[in-house]
Design a protein around this ligand. Sequence first.
Ligand SMILES: [Zn+2]
Length: 76
Amino acid sequence: MKNTKKCPKCGSDDILYAKGYTGGYGAGSNIMYGVTIFSAVDVDRYICGNCGYIEHYVKTPDIKVLRNSKKIKKYE
Ligand SMILES: [Zn+2]
């Protein structure tokens, strides 16, 4: 969706974008990997305007941050 600008489920090109953010007390669209809001990475969302399917993305540099976190584990 992010790259194709099309929904992989229904094929619609009506895609909405919600930029990730971190507000007070960790509110917003993010992943907390520590104790405070200073250890959160923002999660951008792409929403299909037709069927409601959602894709989530963190920014590429943030992947490394999450990988190095004790709270985030590799899914095996
Ligand atoms: Zn869709």
